[in-house]
Every structure is written in C-alpha cells, then in structure tokens.
Design a protein around this ligand. Structure first.
Ligand code: F6P
Length: 746
C-alpha cells in the first residue's frame, strides 16, 4: 500500500513538476506554432514556384497574343488545385491585368512588388490568412509582368489549433507518467530507506554476507554513527547498572515496572516449580531437583505472572482450579502456575523420547548415544504446539513478554511468534550447545533451529555455547549472522544470541531461619553416627549420567588408596535425586552408581564406617542446604554441564566462609568460580588429589577462597541474570517501537 508519508514526499516533487510542465507548455506551444508556420510557408513557396513555372511559358505566349479569353481560361484551370485560391497577372507598372474570380481585391498587385524586393508572403484577410507569391514573367531576359499566386492558408490555423491541443495533451501525459514513476520510485526508496533505518536501530548489520547490503548504501555513513551511538549508550547503561545496582527481588520488580511497563511475564518450562504428590493420608508439595526451577522460581516470585508447565504430580489435578491454575507458592501465593496435562503417550514421546533420549545426550558430550525416533518427534511437535496454544490463551496483550525454557521447547518460540507476532520471546537454553558436527546428527536439526529463531533473545550460559550456536546456524540455515552484534536475522526476524550466566537467589533462602553451621555439622554427623570432627565430602545431583558421579566415586576410592590416613576419618555423602527413571540409560546408570558405591564400601569399610553414603532419594531444598552447611568439601564433577547451580548453592550456603568447592572444568560455573579447585573429572588421580588437598586446606585459605566466590555469587545473582535478559528485551522492544514510530512519523 502507498504510505501517506511517501505520498507527501512525492507531492513535494510532483507539484513543482506540474508547474514546470505548465510553463513548458506555454513556452512550447508558440514555438511549435511558429515552426509549423515556417514549414507551411516553405511548402507554399515551393508549390507557388511550381505553379508559376508551369504557367510561365504558355502565359508569355498568350500575353504576346493578348488573347484575353485564353489567358483567363489558363488562369482558371490553374486554380483547380484545392489550396490555390487565386492567380493574377500584373503589369510591370503594378496594374492587375488578369485575375481569377476569387482574387482578393485588397491584395491587388501589392505596392512593393518590385523585383528583388523581399516581402512577407503572408497576408491576413477577413476570410483568413493567405500566402502570396510574386513571380516575374520574363521574355528574352526582360520582365514583362508578374504572376501573383495566392494560396489559402486558413488550414494552417486549423492545424495550429490541433497542434496546440496535441502538445498540451503530450505534456500532460508526460507529466502524469513522470509523476507516477516518481511516486513509485519514492515509495520504493522510502521503504528501502526505512528498512535500512529500522535495521540499523534494531542493530542489524550493514553487510549481508551473501546478499545485498542490509542498509542502503546511502545510509551507510549514517548507519555507522547511529550504531556507534546506540552501542555507547548501551555500554554506558550496562556499566552504570553493574556498578551501581544491587540486584534484588525489589530491583527486578522495579525494573519490570519501569522498563517493561509493569508487564506480567509468562514463563514456559516442562518442569513445574511445585509438584503435588498424593500420600496415603495427605497431599505433599515437592520442589523438584532442577537447576531451572532453582533459578526461575525466585524470579517469578519477584515479578509475578504465569508459569506454564507440565502437571506431572500425582495430586496435581486435585490442586488446580477449573482453569487448571494453582496459586503458588502454596504457603504464600505470588504467581499463577498453569498446568498442562500430558497423556502417557505424549510424555513418552516428547519428554522421555525426543527431549531426554535425543536432545539431552546430543547436547551433552557424555558419550551416550542420542536416539531419534520419528514418533517421538511427532509428539515433540504436538506438545510444543499445546504449550504455544496455552501461551496464546494466557497472554493478556498482543505483545506479552514470554520466557521459554530449555530444550523441551525448541519449536515453541516460532509457534508463539506465529500467533503473537509482536511478542517479546526470551528463550533460555539451560544445557550446553554442542558444535555444529555433533548437532548435525539430529535428523530435524533445521526445524529445531528455525523454531528457536522465533525468539527475540536466545540465551545460553556461556559465550562458548553462543559461539557454537551461531556456527551451527551458519552451517545449516540460510540466515544473516552479525558476529559483531551477535544477532541472527532470518525472514525479517532478528534474534539476539547472548550469554547470560544463570545463578541463584541472593540473599540465599533460609538465611534467616537456617541453623548455624556448627549445629548443621553436628546434626548431620550425629544422624550418620559420625564423630564431631569427621570430615565430610558432599555431592548433590540428579542421578544423571552427565553428572560424573561414577568418576567422583572413583576419585574418592583413589584418594583413600593414596591417603590411608583418611580411612575412617572421611565420608563422602552423595545425595542422588531419582530422575527420568523410566529410561533404560538412567536405570542402568542408577544401578552402576549403586554397585560402585557398594564395591568401594566393601573394599574400605571398617566397623560401622563406610566411605560412601549414597542417599538415592528426593530431598527438599532446605534439607540439602543443611548438608551444604555441614560439609567440608563439595564435589561437582559433571562431565558436561550448562552451568551447575549446586556449585553456587554450596557457596551461598557457607556464610561461615569455610568449605572447599571442587569443580569440573566442563561446567559453566568453572568460568566464574575461579577460587574453586578446578578439575578434569575424567582424570581420576587429579580429582583424588584435589579432594585430598581440599580436606587438608587450612582455614584461612578456605576463607579467602570462599569469600571471593561468595562476593561473585552475591553480585551475579539470579535477579541479575533475569534482569539482564529483561533489560535487553526492554531495549529491543524500545528499538522496535522507535523503528515503528520512525516509519509512522517521518
Ligand atoms: O537444568 C537442566 C534440566 O534439564 C532442566 O531443564 C530440568 O528442569 C532439570 O535439568 C531436571 O530435569 P528434569 O526436569 O527432566 O527432571
């Protein structure tokens, strides 16, 4: 459609064009008139000359004979030509001797018909214009008279009127054609220009790698300046935020209020934050062992809104209203939990199958083969669509802020975008992103990538995962990738790919209510029948093959081998929450963990002491927190992990600034917690040595390390994680609105 703006722009050109063409018409018409008249006069001159030449000789002869009747007959015959009005013969004295009937009286012989005298051939008579040609009649070199040939020129006027009409019509047509072309070109240029400016404002690049420039060439100098300005503005704002801001629930709430006009956000994840479980005599509420829930739940409490998740608890249906909603946390409701019910078939295909037998091993380099089945893929699509429908139903506006979590919902962003094109969709991928070759194994890799690129922002834990993602998209999809701004543009949809290291709530939960460290130490030791000075190592994980639990046990074994003085003095407690137990790989892993613990215990146990205490059951977070406070060492030895929040939870729990963290180099947390003892979990001896060093570490060193890590977790807490994403979302929303406004106002 023609925009009013480009029409207005075009009019600025079209009106002067109309004026110029009118002036041109006025100047051109007399010019053309004159030119045509000259052509006709020349034509008449030639015709008159021809008539005179034809009549000359017979006329000389008849004049000699003075044969009046024959002269008149000759002259009358000559005037049969349509345009020849009259002819006459004048004497050398200027007397009209012979003439045809129509010969105009007023012409006569003309006073100045003297030979050689140049006179205008045109004469205006009452009956119209005539062309008069005077031709000498000569006999033997002497002039004996003149032949006057008079042509009717009235047709010239008629022609001139026609010509004027045609010239004006031609100029008008020319004007119309130029105007139409101008409006069309203006419209195209306007659109191109506007697209260019919008692209600049959105942060898109100047150059397409395999297409034309994204920003029109004439905008490129401006593009540089504008983007520079926006970048420095962003950088300044980020810096100001980070220096001056204490990230807290209140600050996050305020930020949402100020930057996103108080939006209530919609969160989507597979795992729900509160699970209702039916017990024989009551319903219990469980909080799942999930990094995602640990991080997102406090954010939701701060921001409120709606969290859409799979209702998988045995009493979940009994605890929702008729819209499938529960208000949580149950003891002090702050947001809405909207549950989605999945059939066994859906859960098997989408969750166990595609998500956890396919994508989970695909994204973790943990040497477990991914399994991809078409039927699982079908369920994955169907369940993603069901969640997209739920988002559309829960959205209170046409541009909600939606936070999509994890690999269960790679298709969801694009599905939401389809029904809510103006939504701000933040997708956070909680697990690692592999290199392009590994990801390429997935038979539906293009579909997954296209689905994810429906997001406004795509977040990963580390810059390395972002880099892998950009390279994967580059390998398998035709898009425009801007490495400088870390954006991907596909079919007009721009996605910012950014790292947002996830974290935990700060101040830590239960800070006010938890028992002092000394009490926790004593209570845990007492419950296990251990002496007060007994050393405790701790592992807290879901029982997942990516967590490196077997390698950890082997490191404990190796340490006990190499440091026999630790036997009877040290116990390793492994809290292992059952997870995905319906899957064969997980069942196998559970039995491997159990068998290895048994074998090591058999090998070293003396009396009541056993080196490994395996607690393979669900523990509520408060309970886990007491273990954190009681431990001397916490071991996080994942073979591959997005972030691993156990590491941060342990640090947060230690307000006594004691305790040592052993951390796998393959976790995102290792990029932040530099004062931990970083190990390669595949290197059993190295990990065993780190365990021994941790147990032997002096208090002052523990304090220095722990203090530094606590400062980091405090400053880079989960409110900052969410806040950074929401700030970026707000910035993009503002840019999009600005771009739309520029499109409207200019
Ligand atoms: O942090 C990764 C993650 O897969 C989360 O998405 C999930 O909530 C958590 O681990 C636990 O897994 P599950 O939800 O399958 O029990």
């Amino acid at each position: 459609m023609l925009s009013i703006r480009s029409l207005r722009l075009s009019l600025r050109f079209v009106i002067p064009l109309v004026i110029a063409l009118t002036v041109l018409a006025y100047a051109l018409v007399p010019l053309v008139d004159n030119l045509m008249l000259r052509w006709f006069v020349r034509d008449m001159d030639i015709r008159a000359q021809f008539v005179a030449n034809t009549l000359h000789d017979p006329l000389v002869e008849l004049l000699q004979q003075e044969n009046r009747s024959k002269i008149n007959a000759l002259l009358v015959r000559a005037t049969r030509d349509e345009r020849l009005l009259a002819v006459g013969v004048c004497t050398t004295e200027g007397k009209l001797r012979y003439r045809t009937r129509a010969y105009p009286e007023s012409i006569g012989c003309l006073p100045d018909t003297a030979p050689g005298k140049k006179i205008s051939p045109l004469h205006r008579l009452p009956q119209g214009a005539v062309h008069v040609s005077i031709n000498p009649i000569e006999q033997e070199g002497a002039q004996i008279g003149s032949l006057i040939v008079i042509h009717d020129m009235s047709f010239v006027e008629r022609r001139s009127t026609d010509t004027r009409k045609y010239v004006i019509m031609f100029i008008t047509l020319l004007g119309v054609i130029i105007s139409v072309i101008t409006v069309f070109v203006a419209q195209l240029s306007w659109r191109g220009w506007m697209d260019g400016v919008r692209a600049m404002i959105r942060g898109e690049g100047i150059v397409k790698p395999f297409a034309q420039p994204a920003v029109a060439s004439e905008l490129q100098p401006l593009a540089g300046d504008l983007r520079q300005l926006l970048r420095s503005y962003d950088a300044e704002r980020r810096l100001a935020d980070d220096v001056t801001v204490t990230w807290s629930p209140d600050f996050l709430r305020k930020l949402l209020h100020d930057q996103l006009a108080g939006e209530r956000i919609i969160v989507v994840s597979n795992r729900e934050p509160y699970i209702h479980i039916k017990m024989p005599d009551r319903i219990e509420v469980h909080r799942p062992a999930s990094g995602l829930v640990t991080a997102v739940e406090p954010v939701m409490r701060a921001c409120s809104g709606t969290w859409i998740a799979h209702g998988g608890g045995t009493a979940d249906r009994e605890t929702v209203d008729r819209n499938d909603r529960a208000h949580v946390p149950p003891e002090n409701p702050e947001y809405v939990l909207r549950r989605i019910w999945l059939t066994d078939e859906e859960e098997t295909g989408y969750y166990y199958g595609f998500a956890n037998e396919g994508l989970w091993p695909l994204c973790h380099i943990a040497h477990v083969r991914p399994i991809f089945r078409s039927s699982d893929w079908g369920q994955y699509i169907a369940v993603n669509q069901r969640f997209a429908d739920a988002v559309a139903a829960e959205a209170a506006s046409d541009d909600p802020v939606v936070l999509v979590h994890d690999y269960h919902f790679a298709l969801l962003p694009q599905m939401i975008r389809k029904v809510l094109p103006k939504a701000t969709i933040i997708t956070f991928w909680h697990i690692p992103w592999p290199n392009p070759e590994s990801f390429g194994i997935c038979p539906w890799r293009e579909e997954l990538l296209k689905g994810m690129l429906g997001s406004t922002i795509l977040g990963f834990h580390t810059p390395f995962h972002c880099k892998n993602f950009l390279e994967t998209v580059d390998r398998y999809l035709e898009t425009r990738i801007e490495h400088e701004s870390s954006t991907i543009s596909r079919h007009g949809q721009l996605t910012l790919v950014e790292s947002y290291p996830i974290s935990i709530q700060w101040p830590p939960p239960w800070q006010e209510t938890q028992p002092p460290v000394s009490e926790c130490r004593e209570a845990i030791r007492r419950s296990l029948g251990l002496a007060a000075d007994h050393l405790i190592g701790l592992g807290v994980d879901r029982q997942d093959y990516t967590k490196g639990i077997l390698e950890r046990f082997r490191a404990v074994e190796n340490m006990l081998e190499n440091h026999p003085e630790m036997r009877g003095r040290f116990t390793f407690i492994q809290i292992a929450a059952p997870t995905r137990s319906a899957l064969e790989d997980y069942q196998l892993f559970e039995s491997q963990v159990r068998n290895l613990a048994d074998r090591i215990n058999e090998r070293f146990s003396t009396g009541s002491w056993q080196p490994i205490c395996l607690k393979a059951e669900h523990h509520e977070p408060e309970e886990v927190n007491r273990y954190y406070r009681a431990a001397d060492v916490c071991m996080v030895t994942s073979l591959h992990d997005g972030m691993n929040l156990v590491a941060k939870e342990f640090v947060a729990a230690r307000d006594d600034e004691q305790g040592v963290l052993i951390l796998s180099q393959f976790t995102g947390a290792a990029h932040e917690l530099h004062e931990s003892l970083v190990v390669n979990p595949y290197h059993i001896e190295q990990t065993a040595e780190a365990l021994y060093n941790a147990l032997a570490m002096p208090d002052f060193e523990q304090r220095a390390r722990m203090r530094s890590m606590r400062t980091l977790v405090r400053d880079f807490n989960v409110y900052r994680w969410a806040g950074r994403m929401l700030l970026d979302a707000a910035r993009i929303r503002q840019r999009e609105r600005l771009a739309a406004r520029i499109g409207r106002d200019l």
